[in-house]
Design a protein around this ligand. Sequence first.
Ligand code: GDP
Length: 176
Amino acid sequence: IVCFIGRSNVGKSSLIKALFSLAPEVEVRISKTPGHTKKMNFFKVGKHFTVVDMPGYGYRAPEDFADMVETYLKERSNLRRTFLLVDSVIGIQKTDNIAIEMCEEFALPYVIVLTKIDKSSKGHLLKQVLEIQKFVNTKTQGCFPQLFAVSAVTFSGIHLLRCFIANVTGNLDLTN
Ligand code: GDP
């Protein structure tokens, strides 16, 4: 199992849709209203691959946090990687830190993915990448040392992330 986690509106649904645009049998529901993705969404890709889209937790942090921790512990044995999505325009927020602390506490292998990189100028994006990279290098233990920067609009970085996911799940052909 691979898990995608991030604040409401960070671009989870869009990223999952972009990642699996080559697998048309996967149905991806995009939530239109921020904060309304309260239920967890499971997407199965082929036999061995499941994507778990966690609810946005920006608006009801305590309740959602309790739910997430429980789900994490339940799925821990087959949870291969957690992808923590951070909006590249606004950077790491308080709620992102909650997720980071949770991953660190449960020693989950996780990866930070910067979303919506088409939205900021190159200068702003570079500043965010350097800042977050420094944070990862100095403040985290379980975080993958390389950031992934993606756009679900231009598809920039999507192929690399797709290969990384295929690699960590041992499933090189995602549609099989
Ligand atoms: P979720 O709540 O985390 O599932 O976020 P969504 O995938 O629903 O995206 C929230 C909003 O951000 C939507 O209006 C998307 O169109 C927009 N969005 C998502 N990804 C991107 C991106 O890569 N670039 C741009 N410009 N907008 C994006």
